[in-house]
Design a protein around this ligand. Sequence first.
Ligand code: MSP
Length: 650
Amino acid sequence: MGSTEKYYITTPIYYPSDRLHIGHAYTTTIADSLARWHRFTGKDVLFLTGSDEHGQKIERAAASLGIRPKEYVDKIVGTFKDLWQKYNISYDDFVRTTDERHHRVVQEVFRRIYDKGDIYKGEYEGWYCTPCEAFWVENKLEDGNCPDCGRQVELIKEESYFFRLSKYADRLLQHIEEHPEFIQPESRRNEMVNFIKSGLEDLCVSRTTFDWGIPVPIDDQHVIYVWFDALTNYLTGAGFLQDDIAFTKYWPADLHLVGKEIIRFHTIIWPITLMALDLPLPKTIFGHGWLLFDHDKMSKSKGNVVDPVELANEYGVDAVRHFLLREISFGQDGNFSHRALIERINADLANDLGNLLHRSVAMIIRYRDGVIPQPHGLTDLERDLQQLAGSTAKDVGRTMDDLEVNAAISAIWRLIARANKYVDEAEPWVLNKTEQNDRLDTVLYHLAETLRIITLLIKSFLPETGEKMWVQLGIRKELDSCCLEDIAWGGLEPGTKVVKSDPIFPRIDLEEVLTKSQEGSHEVEEKQQVGGNEMDQAKTVGKPQISIEDFAKLDLRVAEITAAEPVSGADRLLKLQVTIGTEKRQIVAGIAQHYDPESLVGKHIVVVANLKPAKLRGELSEGMLLAASTTDSLGLITIDRDLPSGAQVK
Ligand code: MSP
C-alpha cells in the first residue's frame, strides 16, 4: 500500500496585474506536459499552479481603475482559469494567495520563524522595485534602476520585520554543492552561487505603507512581504497544516519550474524559509529562459505582447503547444514569430504527422476495408521500425527525466520521420498492385502499430491530437487509461477498424497569413529582392540556347497535391488536384505507371502554372507538372525544403 511513486510539480503563481501572455503559457504548458508524462508513467502526480494576488503592484493596478483589489483580482484570475482550460492544462490544484487556507499557512509560517528568533524587527531604508516586488541595496542597482527589469526603483524607509537570511548562507551553499540537481540549468546554479557568496543581507519581510497583503500575525500594522507570502503557496498546495497525509506524501516538491528572473527568490529566500521551518528542500528548481517576440522581451509598453487565446483560436491549441514545446531549447531564451509558428505547423504537424496518419488510415481503408490486418513475416525494414519505436519510448523517458522537453519531442518526430520513410520504402501501393497480400498486411499493421505508439507518446504534449489520432485508429480502450506499459510493441489488436476523418492539421498558407500582417509584408519585400539574382550563362544539353527573357515567360510554382486518382480508361494518366497558393487546380499527368495515387498526396511538386489549359481524355488539365524521366523510370521534381505551395520557382 502507498508504494506509488509521487511527483509534485509547480508553476510560478502568476500576478493578476494583467492578462497572461504567451510567455506565461510557455511555462505552464511545459509543466503540464511533465505532469501528464509522469502520470502516464504511473506516478501519483500533484500539479500545482495559482495566482499571486497581494502586494503593492496589484494594489496600485486596482486603484488606477478605482476598484477594490479583491474585485480586481477576482476578475483577472477568472481569465487565468479560462486560459488554462483552453490550453488543456491538467492542474490538480490552484492556489490563490487570497484563499483562506493560504492565509492561515502564511501566518503560521511567519509565526514559527519569528518564535525561533529568525525574524526580528528593525527599520528598512533602501530601494524597492514595485514591478518585481523586490528590495535592492544601492550597490546592486544598474544605472540607478532595477537590475532585473531596468525600471525605476523607489526609495523606501519604514519599520520592518527582517528574516535572518545571512544566518543560513553557508548551509545553503553547502546544500547547493552537495546536490547538483538542486538548481538547474548549471549556468543558473553558478550565478546563484556567486550571488550568495557576494553576501546575503537579511530580508525585509513586512511592509507598512500599504495594506493589500496578509497581516503579520504578531503585529497588524504590518502586511507580510508579497514574495514571502507567494513562495509559501507551494506548502499550501501540498496540504501543509491542513492535510498531514497529503503533505507527508507530496513534500518535498520534485520540481519548481520558474522563469530565469525569479530563480533568485526560489533558490535563496525559499530554501532558507524551509530550513528555518526544518522542512526538507525541493529536489529541483529549474530556471527556464524567456520567450521573446522577434528577439525582444515581450512587454505591454512595447506593444509586442502575444495573446495566447487569439493564437489558439487562430491555429489551434495543440499547434501552439507544439511550437512552445519543440521550438525552444529548454533553459535558453527562444523566439516567437508567426512565420516560425506556421513553419512548424506545416512541417511537423501537417506534413510529417498529419500525412503519416492520413495516408496510413486511407490505405488501410482502401486495401483492407478499414480493418487492421494480422502481420506476417518480418523483414529488416520492420525490425528496424520496431527497434526505433522501442528506443524512442526510452529516449522520451530519459529526456523528460533530464528536463529536456524539446529533445523528447524531437525523439518522437524521429520516429514519425522513420515511419514516413518506411511507407516510401515498403511501397504498399506496389504490394497491392502485385498482390503480395501477406507482405501488405505486415506493412499496414506496422504503420498502424507505430501510429498507436506515437499517439501514446504524443498525448502528454498534444492531448487533443492524441485523442483525435486514437479515434482514427479505432482503438476501444480509453486513451486516458493507457500507461507506459502499453507502449510495448504488439499492443494493437489485428481486426481493429480504423475511422477515416479529415486531416488533423490542415496546411496553412504562410504567404497569405504573413502578407496580412506587417511582419509578412517585410518578408515578402525581402524575397522579391532576392529574386533579382543574375543567372550564370547556362550550357544547353541538346536544345538551342534561350535567353533569360524566354525562361522568365514560364510561371513555375510549387504546388501541393491534395488528391490523386486514376483516369478511367487511360492506364498512363492520373488526375491530380493541387493547390498553388490559394488557388485550386486540376492537373492530368502521365505518371500512373510510376506512382500510386495514394503515395502522392501531400507531396510538394513543381508545375508550369501558366500553360494553356488542355483536355486529356476528356479531363481538364490546368498546368503541367515537372518530372525527370528516362525510358523506364520517372521521378517528380520536388522541393527539398518546407516551402509553401504557390512559391515561385526560378
Ligand atoms: N508572481 C511571481 C511568481 C511567484 S512564484 C512563487 C511572478 N509572476 S509573473 O506573473 O510576473 O511571472 C510568472 C512567470 O512567468 C515567471 O516565471 C516568468 O519568468 C514567466 N514569464 C513571464 N514572461 C515570460 C516570457 N516572455 N517567457 C517565458 N516566461 C515568462 O513572477
